[in-house]
Each structure stands twice: as structure tokens, then as C-alpha cells.
Design a protein. Structure first.
Length: 319
């Protein structure tokens, strides 16, 4: 007896089913085995200016990659929103970003400055758009940053250069080959302070020639310079408190990341004030509204909303 032909609609349904199953399996394997090394992420700003970027990022940091600079960290996106919300004027400015990574802040800020008809942070619509110097010390991050800048058609307002922010006066001397430090209006950086694994939680030389020494040297040369870092307090937030309570750790036993505590101590050792404050609610709301629901939830699970802290670094000891 001849076999009956399978109707076309049944074949199409079977292909769709097994195709969907294969796709879901591939995605699951990719998540578990890290089969992909790179992906493309999209960042959209809708207020106060419209910016749409697609950036190449690593799914996970490569071994030996300095500062994990090819990973898309949440702090960069929030720092960009803070900047365009008025933290950095979109005209009359000269901005240095330390540890620019994939470029979400620098590229986004340059795009915003080029397309905005006002100053963003005040100052009117006259004058040249703000210029941005994006720096990093990681060669793979710089190569990726150049690629992202080119593919997003970043304007000539953006420059990408290699610069090591550690070294104090020597670092400032190296920077002067790229830009006159006295002409800078802002220094910004996102999630660039951390304690290496095995460092003992912030020990070592509290007055070494690291980032803090460089900031002190920059402020000595340019006292009007505004230094703003968006750092991540990895031991804050409701999730951490709940886990600590479940583990029997008394509340308040540790509320500040050792990396941030060390940063504050080193700033003080160099005669600087590291003034910490929460990220403005309006800024976080703008970011949340632009994020996909899944991403918003992942940030909440990771303690991002609670953990991000703005640091304004100024000359003079804390009072």
C-alpha cells in the first residue's frame, strides 16, 4: 500500500517546531558553554536627546584582559545618562574618560553633543560642541572601542587614545601629549575601581601612584576640573542584606565595598575629598525606561540599582 503524502501544512509545522527546538537548544548551550565570544548590544537614549548605539562586546571577559574592558558593564550606561541629563554640558566642554571600555559613555556623549541643539547641562546653544577623549590601557579594549566608534559613525568630537591613568605626575605628563590638562573641564569614569582577587580586600600602599595620585596631579594643575566617577558598591543593596541575614551576618557589618574604602583612603592620603552620593533618581528612571524588561530584571538581581555610587573628587580633605 502506497504511503500517504504528508500535507504541506504539517511539514511546515514540523519544521517550525524542530527549528524552534534547535534554536532554543543552541541558545541554552551558548549560555552554559560560552560558545559565543562576542555579541552586539544596543543602547538607546530617549531623553533629553535621542541616541541609538550598537556596540560589540565580549560575552565574558577574556583571560588576561586588563580591566575586562570589552565587557558591557551597567555603570557605563548609567554614567552616560547622568552626563546627558546635565552632569556634563554638551557644549563648551572638554571631557576625558578614564577606562572607556566598549565606549558606551564616550561614544554616546559624543553623539549626543553632535546632535543636540542645546547645551544639555545649561549654557545655551552657542559655542562648540563638547569634545570627548576616550582612553583605556587595554589594547583589545582600544581596538574594540575604535571599531565601535567607527560603526556608530561617531563624530570627530571623539578621540580614542591609549593612556594609563596610574602614575601621578608622570601620568599627567603622558596625558599632555594627547591634550592640555588645563583645557579639560571634566574627567569621568565608570566602574574603574576594584580590588584584585587575592589582594586581601584593599591592603597595600595607601599612598601609591595609582589613579588617586593622578587625579591629585590633575587637580593641582587644573583646580577648576570636575572629576566624577560612577563606582559600584558590590556589598550594598537589599539582595545582599537579605543574603547576609540568612547567613547570620549582622546588618551593618560591611556596607562599603573594600575597593571603594581603599579608594577613599588613598584619595585622603593625596589630599583629596572623595564625596560619595547616590545616583539621582531621575537618572536611574531614565535608564530603566530605556532598558528591555529582561535587562532591567537582571540589573535588579545583580544589585546594580542599589550599588551604583557617584563620587565627586575634589582638592582638600574631607571636613
Amino acid at each position: 500500500m502506497a504511503a500517504r503524502a504528508v500535507p504541506k501544512r504539517h511539514r511546515a509545522a514540523a519544521l517550525a517546531y524542530f527549528g524552534g527546538l534547535a534554536t532554543a537548544t543552541a541558545i541554552a548551550l551558548d549560555e552554559w558553554l560560552d560558545l559565543r565570544k562576542w555579541r552586539t548590544v544596543r543602547h538607546v537614549l530617549t531623553t533629553p536627546v535621542s541616541v541609538d548605539m550598537k556596540l560589540h562586546t565580549r560575552v565574558r571577559a577574556a583571560e588576561g584582559e586588563a580591566g575586562q574592558g570589552c565587557v558591557d558593564w551597567p555603570a557605563g550606561r548609567v554614567l552616560l545618562q547622568w552626563a546627558v541629563d546635565g552632569g556634563v554640558p554638551l557644549r563648551h566642554g572638554s571631557v576625558l574618560e578614564v577606562g572607556a571600555g566598549v565606549g558606551v559613555t564616550s561614544i554616546g556623549l559624543a553623539l549626543a553633543a553632535s546632535c543636540s541643539s542645546d547645551a544639555g547641562g545649561g549654557g545655551g546653544s552657542d559655542g562648540d560642541p563638547t569634545r570627548v577623549l576616550a582612553t583605556d590601557v587595554c589594547d583589545s579594549a582600544l581596538a574594540n572601542l575604535h571599531r565601535n566608534a567607527a560603526e556608530n559613525e561617531a563624530p570627530a568630537l571623539l578621540r580614542v587614545e591609549r593612556w594609563d591613568a596610574a602614575g601621578g605626575t608622570e601620568a599627567v605628563r603622558r596625558l599632555s601629549r594627547l591634550v592640555d590638562p588645563r583645557t579639560l573641564t571634566h574627567v569621568i569614569g565608570a566602574d574603574i575601581v576594584s580590588v584584585p582577587i587575592g589582594s586581601g580586600g584593599g591592603g597595600g600602599n595607601a599612598g601609591g601612584d595609582g589613579l588617586e595620585a593622578t587625579l591629585a596631579a590633575l587637580l593641582a594643575e587644573n583646580p577648576a576640573l570636575r572629576v566624577t566617577l560612577l563606582l559600584f558598591n558590590r556589598v550594598s543593596g537589599g539582595a545582599v542584606t537579605a543574603l547576609a541575614g540568612a547567613a547570620g551576618v549582622p546588618e551593618g557589618g560591611c556596607t562599603l565595598d573594600p575597593a571603594l574604602a581603599r579608594f577613599e583612603r588613598r584619595c585622603a592620603a593625596h589630599g583629596l575629598r572623595a564625596c560619595r552620593s547616590p545616583v539621582p533618581e531621575g537618572c536611574l528612571r531614565h535608564v530603566a525606561e530605556a532598558l528591555p524588561l529582561r535587562e532591567r530584571g537582571l540589573w535588579a538581581l545583580g544589585g546594580v540599582w542599589d550599588g551604583l555610587q557617584l563620587y565627586e573628587v575634589r582638592s582638600g580633605p574631607l571636613k
